[in-house]
Design a protein around this ligand. Structure first.
Ligand SMILES: [Zn+2]
Ligand SMILES: [Zn+2]
Length: 422
């Protein structure tokens, strides 16, 4: 996703008409040569809580030597989801999303039977940039009509993940040829099959030079929503992901989660899921463990780490709650019930407070945090703290203690803004 954000920024405005050009590319061929054990294992760099929505997705365009069933299993931390796809001898659009745990490596396994080769283009796994206004349940559900385009993954190269040595199939650059075309809206390069117009990432349009529409399927479908600007969504996701990740590292969340697991023999997510009767606390709908999102209850943005007071939410409710305090999101009767289930006293639950222990840690070593964090993390923490404690201004405190570091932080922040506006 970071690669995509970069790519979008670099290319989006390069040429106004380049979405009418086609570039020929060659897919990769995966083949084991044995009738059984056809297995590809791919991993991507760890993406600890990279998306505020905590949605990971897999997407690709795959053709098989003969029609066959392909099973794809996506794992993120303790969460996993497997989906079977019917592949044809022409390229098929495949992909799905997973409401994921808050931490852990991301990996994908592909299985198929028979000594048949697969041609693969645009395989990517990563956090999904789900545009605002899309019902998350639609994206997480079985509906595949807009997958994989709707996850806003990067499909500009054949494989955008690392092939693991444990794979039982080899991959070589000798697959069938395809063409790439840029989406005029999100700026991504996505595949088209010129022998089967409209079959891949773009709908058919005979009047256009490329015989395809200017916008990809997903942008075509969602841009009717005025709020929807995919390149902004991708950038915002990137930005919020950096801040979220740095906060989680600062609060040592992965250590907390490991300790809970060691102490109780069970992952926090499944414990919370059971405690909340396997339902989303907010909308009360039943959810499978794979779609559970652990909500911090008291927001991460105010320096509250994940702990055993977490709330079980569905992806949609977690996305709606975002950084809000429980008292700004739930009704009075919900707050009473939440206090009973999550074990936080009612008085504590309805308070809007910053975690003072963590804030003291930052104030005690402010120069270190100002130099090691991304500037936007520093300023975001400062904003949240000042919202609750108007008298505490971390920026001014830093300026007073070390004007030079403060100036550096400001110019680094300005540089980031410039790159993002470019
Ligand atoms: Zn698009
Ligand atoms: Zn819900």
């Amino acid at each position: 996703m970071r690669r995509l954000a970069q790519h979008t920024r670099d290319d989006a405005y390069a040429s106004k008409r380049d979405y009418q050009e086609l570039h020929q590319v060659r897919s990769v061929r995966a083949y084991s040569g044995t009738p059984a054990n056809n297995r590809l294992v791919l991993t991507a760099e760890p993406v600890d809580g990279i998306a505020s929505e905590n949605i990971a997705a897999f997407g690709a365009y795959i053709a098989a030597e003969t029609p066959l069933k392909l099973t794809a299993r996506l794992c993120w931390g303790d969460s996993d989801r497997a989906v079977a796809f019917d592949l044809a001898t022409d390229f098929t659009r495949v992909g799905f999303a997973l409401g994921a745990d808050e931490q852990g490596p991301l990996s994908l396994e592909l299985y198929w039977d028979g000594a048949y080769a697969l041609d693969i283009w645009g395989l990517d796994i990563g956090p999904a940039a789900i545009p605002d206004g899309i019902v998350l349940a639609d994206v997480l559900g079985a509906g595949r009509s807009i997958a994989p385009e709707t996850f806003y993954l990067d499909h500009a190269v054949a494989l955008n993940a690392d092939l693991e040595p444990s794979s039982d199939a080899a991959v070589a650059e000798e697959g069938r040829w395809l063409h790439l075309k840029k989406c005029s809206y999100c700026g991504r390069l996505l595949p088209v099959d010129m022998n089967r117009l409209g079959s891949l990432a773009f709908h058919k349009h005979n009047a256009k030079r490329t015989h395809h529409q200017n916008e990809c399927r997903s942008c075509k479908k969602w841009r009717i929503n005025d709020n929807f600007n995919p390149s902004r969504t991708v950038d915002q996701l990137h930005e919020s992901s950096v801040i979220t990740r740095e906060r989680k590292i600062f609060l040592q969340e992965s250590i907390i989660l490991q300790e809970i697991k060691k102490r109780t023999g069970e992952g926090l997510k499944s414990q919370v899921w059971e405690r909340f009767d396997r339902r989303c606390f907010n909308c009360a709908k039943s959810i499978p463990l794979s779609q559970v999102q652990l909500d911090h209850t008291r927001p991460l943005a105010y320096l509250w780490p994940i702990d055993e007071h977490a709330t079980c939410l569905c992806a949609e409710c977690n996305n709606n709650k975002k950084d809000r305090f429980p008292v700004d999101f739930y009704s009075e009767s919900q707050l009473r019930e939440l206090s009973r289930i999550c074990g936080l006293g009612y008085g504590e639950l309805v308070q809007k407070s910053v975690n003072m222990e963590q804030l003291q840690k930052i104030m005690g070593d402010i120069v270190t945090y100002a130099t090691t964090w991304e500037p936007r993390t520093f300023f975001s923490v400062a904003r949240k703290v000042q919202e609750i404690h108007p008298e505490i201004n971390l920026g001014e405190r830093l300026q007073f203690l070390n004007p030079e570091i403060h100036e550096q932080l400001r110019s680094r922040a300005a540089a980031v803004r410039l790159t993002e506006d470019a």
